[in-house]
Design a protein around this ligand. Structure first.
Ligand SMILES: NC(=O)c1ccc[n+]([C@@H]2O[C@H](COP(=O)([O-])OP(=O)(O)OC[C@H]3O[C@@H](n4cnc5c(N)ncnc54)[C@H](O)[C@@H]3O)[C@@H](O)[C@H]2O)c1
Length: 329
């Protein structure tokens, strides 16, 4: 619940996570301006109650105009490319969109009312970590995507001093699930995500799933990740706006459930639902780390908050339900 009426600019609003945050924001008193260049987003995900502007975060002039005209005080920045695999092959593309895009968005905040900046960072910046990882851990990015997220974090910290705004960096772990409204969810599988892929395979008569790497130093040799439901993640953003409105200091928070599931464990859960799934073990993918899962003590202490969807089966079922809807089944 946000008590104050903010003027919020959200970038990447037609994407998977952005659309879920917007769905929550439109229920507040705040004025919402949603932007996206639609390069990866989908028009279907744009909430009808928001003002949507199709534009690119690299268009400093246009963004500056939007910020000034709407007296924007809060920016939630999600726009960017989000695939580890793709980033390894297209470094320049990721550099220009994720790092320079963030830089240009920050430059557009000069001499404006922007007081709060919330950024979607990623657990990938930590690299491979044994045991729960806290925000104090020294980042050790292993993929180019992770480098772009870490460099963007540093730009935000630097500009917050120049332009006098506060920031919250949210390091998302792996996001899954979909809104209960049935209106929004993840579309396409350009980012090659496990939960989305399982949901797609659920609808196939001959489902198959590829597992990349079987000799990582993990419990069963496959990659271990921490999965968070997109609805809990969207709610975290509401908490962060409230936190920044109360004039609290800038901060960094992990967003996960503190539980590491191996890919094979999740695929085994899926196999119980879809018995004829064929499992293929493939080569490791460049940039993937063996394991990373969260310590969220800081978030729990500051917000006294409990997640509502803290269950991998709930996440999987929610994604499958959305996939059926997407395919009109
Ligand atoms: N999904 C996850 O598991 C996950 C985990 C960690 C971090 N993140 C971060 O969260 C953010 C959102 O991820 P998502 O899963 O919703 O991805 P997504 O691809 O669904 O959404 C990103 C949106 O940004 C838009 N966009 C990209 N470049 C743009 C630009 N230059 N100008 C304007 N719009 C642009 C795309 O069109 C898309 O709608 C990303 O920054 C990603 O790095 C996601």
């Amino acid at each position: 619940m946000i008590h104050k009426a903010n003027n919020i600019l959200i970038t990447g609003a037609a994407g998977y996570i952005g659309s879920h945050i917007v769905e929550k924001l439109v229920k507040t008193k705040s004025k919402i301006i949603a932007i996206d260049n639609l390069i990866r987003g989908n028009k279907k995900l744009i909430n009808k109650k928001t003002k949507f502007i199709k534009t690119d975060i690299n268009n400093i002039k246009k963004i500056k105009q939007i910020i000034l005209r709407n007296k924007i005080d809060t920016i939630i920045h999600l726009a960017g490319y989000a695939s580890v695999k793709e980033s390894q092959n297209f470094k320049k593309r990721y550099y220009l969109n994720n790092i320079i895009g963030t830089l240009n968005l920050l430059k557009a905040c000069k001499n404006s009312n922007v007081k709060n900046f919330i950024y979607s960072s990623s657990c990938s910046i930590y690299g491979n970590v044994k045991g729960k990882v806290s925000e104090l851990r020294k980042p050790n990015p292993q993929s180019y995507y992770a480098i772009t997220k870490y460099k963007s974090e540093n730009l935000i910290k630097k500009f917050s001093k120049h332009y006098n705004f506060k920031f919250i960096i949210l390091r998302y772990f792996n996001v899954g699930g979909a809104s209960n409204s049935g209106k929004i969810g993840e579309i396409g599988n350009k980012n090659g995500r496990l939960i989305k892929n399982l949901a797609i395979q659920f609808l196939k008569s001959k489902p198959k799933i590829n597992i990349y790497g079987s000799n990582y130093k993990t419990k069963d040799g496959t990659c271990v990740r921490d999965y968070i439901h997109v609805l809990d993640l969207a709610e975290i953003h509401m908490k962060c706006i409230e936190y920044l409105n109360k004039n609290s200091k800038s901060n960094i928070f992990n967003c996960g459930y503190e539980k590491g599931y191996s890919v094979l464990e999740i695929v085994k859960i899926f196999k119980k639902m879809k018995k004829n799934v064929v499992i293929n073990f493939m080569q490791k993918r460049a940039g993937d780390v063996g394991q990373v899962y969260s310590n969220t003590n800081k978030f729990k202490k500051v917000f006294k908050w409990k997640p509502k969807y803290n269950d991998i089966r709930k996440i999987l079922n929610s994604s499958i339900k959305w996939e059926k809807k997407l395919n009109h089944l």
